[in-house]
Design a binder for this molecule. Structure first.
Ligand code: SAH
Ligand code: ZN
Ligand code: ZN
Ligand code: ZN
Ligand code: ZN
Length: 421
C-alpha cells in the first residue's frame, strides 16, 4: 500500500527534508523503498518497481487458499501435511516439490483451528513483531468482551484472540464473531474472506481492494453498528500517529452506519500498547484511559508470566469505555479504587495528594512534594535538574529537543513542522 511521508531532521538545519518510505517495514533491510518528496522518478525506475512488486506478490491468492483449505479438510489425517519451511498447507500432489523441506504430518482439525500455534511467530522486531497473547490474557480479554455484551470483534493484529473466538464459536453455543485484519497473509490459508482481510494498519490499506473494504464495512454495519468493539495489538515499534490515523478511519467507517447516535459516539475500542505510550495515545484519543491490567505474552521473554514469580509486563489496555466497567481479576491482585472508580493493580496505592492511583508500572510509586506528583520508586529529586529522575544521570542533559525538528521547547506532537506534513 501507500508509503508514508517522513521527515529527516538535520541538526541545526532550519527544515528537515521529507521523503517517502515503506509504512509497514521500519527496517530498510525488509523494504528499501525510499523516495524524496520532490524527487522525479524515471520511467525505468517506475517500471523496475512495478516489476519488483509483481515478483513479490504471494504465490497464491486468498481465494485460492480458501479453496485449498476446503480440499485439505477432506483429506484423511495421514495425508494432511504442513510445510514448516514454506509455512503452507500442502496438498498431496505438492509433496514432491517440498520433499527436502521439513514438514508436519497428521495435521489435526484442532491444529487447523489454532493457526497461531501452527505458524511460527514472525518476530522480526521492525516489521511483524508478532507477540502472541498468553492463554490467560487472551481468555481474560474474551471474557471481558462478552461480559460487556459485545457480539462482534474487529480483531486488528490480534490473530490469537480471533482464533479463540472462532474456535469457541464452532464448538459451543457462543454467538460472538470476529473479523481479523492483519498483514500476515499466512492466515489466509485458514480463514475465508469473511473472516480475514489482509490489511496494513499503518496506512489503512486493504490488500483485497474494494471487496475487502466492503467486508469490513458490512461487519461493522451489522446490528446497526451495535455491540461491536475493535481490539488491536500493534507492533510496539510502530508510529503512534500512523496507527491512530488508521484507527480513526476504521472508527469513521463505523460512524457512517445508519445509527444516528453514532455521529456523536466513538466505536468502542481496546488498544493494547505499552504504558509509556500513554501520553502519545491520549494526544490522538483524548477520550481514552489506560487500564492497569498487565497483558502477558507467550513468546516474549520479557513480558511473560514466569514460573518463578512474575515479570511485570509493561503492556496495558487503552480504552474509550468507562473505566469502572472494565473489571480486572481480583485473584490476580487487582482491586477496585472507589475514588478513582477503576480497577488498579495491587501495588498501585491511592495517593491522597494527587487524589489518584498514580502508579503506571504496577509498583508502588512515591509522591514528591517538589514535583507535585508521584514518581517511580527508584527516582529521587535532583535539585540541580529541579525534577525527579534516576539517581544516575548527568545534570546537564536536561534540554531534550523535539523528536521531529530537534529544537527545544516543544514535544514532537506540538512540532510546528509536523502540522505542515
Ligand atoms: N497479541 C496478539 C498479536 C500481536 S503481535 C495476539 O496474540 O493475537 C502484532 C500483530 O500485528 C501480528 O499479528 C502482526 O502480524 C500484525 N501486524 C504487524 N504489522 C502489521 C501491519 N502493518 N498491519 C497489520 N497488521 C500488522
Ligand atoms: Zn516447502
Ligand atoms: Zn485511586
Ligand atoms: Zn502523588
Ligand atoms: Zn521531584
Amino acid at each position: 500500500g501507500p508509503a508514508l511521508l517522513f521527515v529527516k531532521t538535520g541538526q541545526g538545519k532550519e527544515e528537515g527534508r521529507r521523503f517517502y518510505a515503506c509504512s509497514a517495514c521500519r527496517d530498510r533491510k525488509d523494504c528499501n523503498f525510499f523516495q524524496w518528496e520532490d524527487e522525479k522518478v524515471s520511467e525505468t525506475r517506475l517500471a523496475a518497481r512495478e516489476e519488483y512488486n509483481r515478483n513479490h506478490q504471494p504465490s497464491l491468492t486468498h481465494r485460492q487458499n480458501v479453496d485449498r483449505y476446503k480440499n485439505f479438510v477432506l483429506l484423511p489425517l495421514s495425508k494432511r501435511r504442513f510445510c514448516l519451511d514454506c509455512q503452507q498447507l500442502l496438498l498431496p500432489a505438492e509433496w514432491e516439490k517440498h520433499s527436502d523441506h521439513q514438514f508436519l504430518c497428521d495435521v489435526t482439525t484442532a491444529q487447523l483451528k489454532s493457526p497461531s500455534q501452527l505458524l511460527y511467530p514472525l518476530e522480526n522486531k521492525k516489521t511483524n513483531a508478532q507477540y502472541l497473547f498468553a492463554d490467560r490474557s487472551c481468555r481474560f480479554l474474551l471474557n471481558l468482551l462478552t461480559d460487556l455484551g459485545f457480539r462482534r470483534v474487529l480483531s486488528v493484529g490480534t490473530p490469537r484472540l480471533h482464533e479463540m473466538i472462532q474456535s469457541k464459536a464452532s464448538q459451543e453455543e457462543f454467538s460472538v464473531r470476529s473479523l481479523l485484519l492483519d498483514i500476515d497473509f499466512r492466515y489466509s490459508q485458514f480463514y475465508t474472506e469473511d473472516e480475514f482481510c489482509h490489511y496494513n494498519m499503518f496506512n489503512h490499506h486493504f490488500f483485497g481492494g474494494e471487496a475487502a473494504h466492503e467486508t469490513c464495512r458490512k461487519f461493522l454495519y451489522e446490528e446497526n453498528g451495535e455491540r461491536v468493539i475493535m481490539v488491536t495489538d500493534p507492533p510496539f515499534g510502530g508510529l503512534v500517529e500512523a496507527l491512530a490515523s488508521s484507527f480513526k478511519k476504521l472508527m469513521a467507517m463505523w460512524r457512517e452506519t445508519e445509527n444516528e447516535d453514532h455521529a456523536k459516539k466513538e466505536m468502542p475500542m481496546f488498544w493494547i500498547f505499552p504504558y509509556f505510550f500513554e501520553s502519545r495515545i491520549l494526544d490522538f484519543f483524548p477520550s481514552f484511559s489506560m487500564m492497569d491490567y498487565q497483558v502477558d505474552y507467550d513468546n516474549h521473554a520479557l513480558y511473560k508470566h514466569g514460573k518463578t514469580g512474575r515479570r511485570q509486563s509493561p503492556v496495558r489496555i487503552f480504552t474509550n469505555l468507562t473505566p469502572s466497567t472494565i473489571v480486572l481479576p481480583e485473584e490476580e491482585g487487582y482491586r477496585f479504587c472507589t475514588v478513582c472508580q477503576r480497577y488498579v493493580s495491587s501495588g498501585n496505592q491511592h495517593c491522597e495528594i494527587c487524589n489518584s492511583c498514580t502508579s503506571k508500572d504496577g509498583r508502588r510509586w512515591k509522591h514528591c512534594v517538589l514535583c507535585k506528583k508521584c514518581v517511580k520508586p527508584s527516582w529521587f529529586h535532583c535539585n540541580n535538574c529541579d525534577c525527579c529522575t534516576l539517581p544516575k544521570h548527568s545534570c546537564e542533559k536536561t534540554e531534550v529537543g523535539c523528536f521531529v525538528c530537534g529544537k527545544a521547547g516543544h514535544k514532537r506532537s506540538a512540532c510546528p513542522s509536523l502540522s505542515r506534513t
